[in-house]
Every structure is written in structure tokens, then in C-alpha cells.
Ligand binder design. Structure first.
Ligand code: ATP
Length: 301
């Protein structure tokens, strides 16, 4: 019998999330600069008679354990494509905030895909794994690839971009925000306005490559932020508390409600995290660095 396979997979933050007008298919064209950060879930695939999912971690009770779990969907799609039954137990060690705009579900989808591929000895070509990821969701291909990348289309067409090292603090809010609800609020706020085609500015890509936190702080931007703030006005207090505590810049992570703070170094990260926790404007904080590698199988044992 095959041995269990564990895959570690990072969360993401968007340093630029440019959103275009709604397309006829309901999706939005995006120019999305993804950065993988050193906050990880681990997904273990073990031999089993059928498909089952378990989850542990502080937010485990918010994670669906049925076929709605992206890890289970990944296993099903891979098995179907390969003409086998999805006989696997998937265990998720969940550290990425749930429904926090950090692509935690997408991360688990990418991790389960890689773990099942290894468990079942399929050796599926990378390009095919990326196709399955895109089928699972717009953010899933990036979870597989990691590092730093520009995502276009609905975010799933990836071009790797160079990135220096940066330090981050994440403030985790109480409760989640639904990504479709935030896009609907974006559409509502955009009504009657001309929405330009989304693009990532050369200044931002230069700043990312340079590793200069002041330059990156000046160019961070998220077009979904007004919509997230409109649905959750108290996030403005979290953003203010982080910048008051010495963060170089703060922004809503993806569709929120997690907020991300760019800081100068590890000491500053610890200070800003402590101040945010003391401010009472968030549930908890996490400190991380970027870029982080994409989904990776851990050595056995
Ligand atoms: P994104 O940044 O990609 O928009 P998110 O970080 O805001 O996503 P997720 O943590 O991926 O949000 O969860 C969104 C919803 O997806 C959850 O409320 C949950 O119902 C569902 N979900 C499905 N699979 C998972 C999973 N493995 N982990 C967490 N949530 C999952």
C-alpha cells in the first residue's frame, strides 16, 4: 500500500489587484499581482476505500468536509481524468485564515492535487495539473506555482515576475467575507462609471523586483478595497491601527476581510503585530515573509 503524501502550500496576498468591468460570463478581467507568503496549510493524502476529508486548526469548524471542499474536488477531477476511483483520505492542517482573501481553499485544492498525483503514482504532466487548477478556480494555479506572478484573464493566466524579500503582518478579522459578494459590491459601486482595462503598473513590478519596501509601499493597491470596506466599515480602523503602529502601508488582502501590512523588517513585523492585537481591531495576527514557494511535497517521516 502507498505511503501517505503531505504537501505544504502557501497563502497569497495581492500586491496589486486591478479589476476591470464585469464580463458577459459574470467574471471580471483582472490584473492580479500575486505574492505567496510563508503562511501554510498542509494537506496529507492517505490511501482509503473512498473519498473522505478531515480538517484541524483554529478555523477548522468553518471548513466544509463534503464535496464542496476544494481539496476533495481536486481529488475527484484528477481521479476522473485518470480513469480511477478517488480512493483517498485527505487531512487538512489549516493555518491559513478561512474566507479571509488569502486563497486558503484554493491552496488546499492545489495541495490535494499534487498529493493525490504522488499517492496514486500518476506523474501527471505539470501543464495538465495547471489546467485542472484553472478548472478548480481562478486562484488555484498560483497556489501550485507560488513565488510571485502576474495573473491575467480572470486571474488564472500566470506570468512569473521577479520579487525581492518582503516582510508582512496579516490582521485576521472576525468572520469571513464572501468573494462573490465583494465583487457584487464592486459592481454596485462601479455603476455608471467607466472602468479602465486592468493593468499592473511598471512602477509596482519594478518595486517588487527591487526588494525595496518603501517603493513597494508606495505602489500597493487593491481595487476591491472600497467594496470590502463598504461591506465591513470597521476594517478602516484595522488599517489605521496598522499604519499608526509603523507599517509602511496597509491594504485589504484580496476580497478581505484579512488586512495585510507591509513592514520594513522582522523586528518591525513583531512590533506592528503586537500593536494590532492590542488595538482590539482584529481577531489575531500572523507574521510572514514573501515570496514563498508553491505547493511542495514534504519529505517522508
Ligand atoms: P480567495 O482569496 O481565493 O477569494 P478566501 O481566502 O477568501 O478565497 P477561502 O478560505 O478559500 O476564502 O474560503 C472560501 C469558502 O470556500 C469558505 O467559506 C468555504 O465554504 C469554502 N471552502 C472550500 N474548500 C475549502 C478549504 N479547503 N478551506 C477553506 N474553505 C474552503
Amino acid at each position: 500500500m502507498s505511503r501517505p503524501v503531505t504537501v505544504r502550500v502557501p497563502a497569497k496576498v495581492n500586491v496589486r489587484l486591478a479589476v476591470g468591468a464585469a464580463r458577459p460570463d459574470g467574471f471580471h478581467d483582472l490584473a492580479n499581482v500575486f505574492l505567496a507568503v510563508s503562511l501554510y496549510d498542509e494537506v496529507t493524502a492517505a490511501p482509503a476505500d473512498g473519498l473522505t476529508v478531515t480538517c484541524e486548526g483554529p478555523d477548522a469548524d468553518q471548513v466544509p468536509l463534503d464535496r464542496g471542499n476544494l481539496a476533495a474536488r481536486a481529488a475527484e477531477i484528477l481521479a476522473k481524468r485518470s480513469g480511477i476511483l478517488p480512493a483517498v483520505h485527505l487531512h487538512i492542517d489549516k493555518r491559513i485564515p478561512v474566507a479571509g482573501g488569502m486563497a486558503g481553499g484554493s491552496a488546499d485544492g492545489a495541495a490535494a492535487l499534487l498529493a493525490c498525483d504522488a499517492l496514486w503514482g500518476l506523474d501527471t504532466p505539470r501543464a495538465e495539473l495547471l489546467d485542472i487548477c484553472a478548472e478548480l478556480g481562478s486562484d488555484v494555479p498560483f497556489s501550485l506555482v507560488g513565488g510571485a506572478a502576474l495573473g491575467t484573464g480572470r486571474g488564472e493566466i500566470l506570468t512569473p515576475v521577479p520579487a525581492g524579500t518582503f516582510h508582512w503582518v496579516f490582521a485576521v478579522a472576525d468572520g469571513g467575507l464572501s468573494t462573490p459578494a465583494v465583487f457584487r459590491e464592486f459592481d454596485r459601486l462601479a455603476e455608471g462609471r467607466d472602468i479602465p482595462a486592468p493593468e499592473a503598473s511598471p512602477a509596482l513590478l519594478d518595486a517588487l523586483a527591487s526588494g525595496d519596501p518603501d517603493a513597494l509601499a508606495a505602489t500597493l493597491a487593491n481595487d476591491l478595497q472600497p467594496a470590502a470596506l463598504s461591506l465591513r466599515p470597521r476594517l478602516a480602523d484595522t488599517l489605521a491601527a496598522g499604519t499608526r503602529a509603523g507599517a509602511l502601508a496597509g491594504l485589504v488582502s484580496g476580497s478581505g476581510p484579512t488586512t495585510a501590512f507591509l513592514v520594513r523588517d522582522a523586528e518591525s513585523a513583531a512590533r506592528v503585530a503586537a500593536a494590532l492585537e492590542a488595538s482590539g481591531t482584529c481577531r489575531t495576527t500572523r507574521v510572514a515573509t514573501s515570496p514563498a514557494p508553491g505547493a511542495t511535497a514534504l519529505p517522508e517521516g
